[in-house]
Design a protein around this ligand. Structure first.
Ligand code: FUB
Length: 327
């Protein structure tokens, strides 16, 4: 067990962790990260270096307490439909049950999204036999809204295969749109009451500029790449995500959980490592950003560490840009 965790330092250092989804459950801060492992395989744009096999759940009583590793909460070997690559997960609470949503490649090599359940936020989680019917791509994030309706957001380009689903079915050699065409957006679907199925076919979220024009595929400082997260503040929905090639966490706002979202700006400047991935959580009356970087491993991007820092809103509801290496 580590000592209390300071901002902008790894919350644990006995394992490598990435892609943190943070929530307050039962009065504690729970973090659901990926568990990065050593591997001997290739590193490429397909993400083969991210060969994760299990999930550990982490928790903190508060920011003055040590971070507890609750151990293995779910392993690849126990998920009948999944072959490899347990990537970025998220958790949600509804129906007196904790749900872990996670992506993995199925036995055909296609990324799908699965669900596992537990009576405890720390797990262990029991997976469903099959992935969510109609699910595809990576990086699920679930918002249970104030009216108790739940929405799942997901999708990631390149290794995450989102550009291969532009026709509605999987086209293995499909590429992304031309730079002057609208960028591919993340997907959203409302979940059924039992949280185990999509209520409807997933829809593409439109992200537009202040004039209502779609963000274009060539606009790499603003276009969607992967890692969606939606939180609600003062009646607005905030969709934040990674821009991928330009390594930023940016955000857009809407009054509707399913969009369209208006692009606003940058939340987190680039971190050390290729990937950047985050979540935003309110703890008591303050807001925090959980993120990862690869500084502890010496910049080896498939061995990342979860950190946190404070997030500040301006009076008009916009978010101040964070530099991860300045306090
Ligand atoms: O950790 C594997 C992948 O890297 C995640 O799914 C992406 O968001 C990126 O962080």
């Amino acid at each position: 067990m580590s000592k209390s965790v300071k901002p902008n330092t790894p919350i644990v250092d006995h394992i490598f962790t990435a892609d943190p989804s943070a929530h307050v459950f039962e009065g504690k801060i729970y973090v659901y990260p990926s568990h990065d492992l050593d591997h001997d395989g290739p590193s490429n744009d397909n993400g083969d270096q991210y060969a994760m096999e299990d999930y550990h759940v982490l928790s903190l009583d508060d920011f003055n307490s040590p971070c507890v590793d609750h151990g293995e909460a779910l392993h690849l070997r126990d998920i009948p439909w999944a072959k490899q690559q347990l990537w970025a997960p998220d958790a949600a609470f509804k129906n007196d049950t904790y749900y872990l949503f996670f992506p993995a490649r199925d036995h055909e090599g296609i990324f799908r999204i699965g669900v596992a359940t537990s009576s405890s936020p720390a797990g262990p989680f029991a997976p469903q036999e099959n992935y969510i019917p109609g699910s595809f791509s990576i990086d699920p994030a679930v918002l249970v809204d104030e009216d108790d309706r739940a929405y799942i957001y997901f999708g990631g380009l390149w290794g995450g295969q989102l550009e291969k689903w532009q026709t509605g079915s999987f086209v293995p050699d499909a590429e992304g749109p031309a730079p002057t065409a609208p960028a591919i957006g993340p997907r959203v679907a409302e979940l059924t009451e039992d949280m185990l199925n999509f209520k409807e076919a997933p829809k593409e979220i439109s992200i537009v500029d202040e004039e209502g024009n779609p963000i274009l595929a060539g606009d790499e400082d603003r276009r969607y790449f992967e890692g969606p997260w939606v939180h609600k503040h003062n009646g607005y929905y905030y969709l934040s995500y990674s821009t991928g090639t330009t390594h930023k966490i940016v955000y857009a706002m809407s009054q509707n959980p399913q969009g369209p979202y208006i692009f606003k700006g940058t939340i987190l400047n680039p971190v050390m490592g290729w990937t950047t991935h985050h979540s935003i959580v309110k703890v008591e009356d303050k807001w925090y950003l959980f993120y990862h970087d690869a500084s502890l491993s010496g910049g080896i991007d498939h061995k990342r560490s979860v950190k946190y820092t404070k997030l500040t809103y301006n009076e008009d509801g916009t978010i101040q840009t964070i530099d991860p290496y300045k306090d």
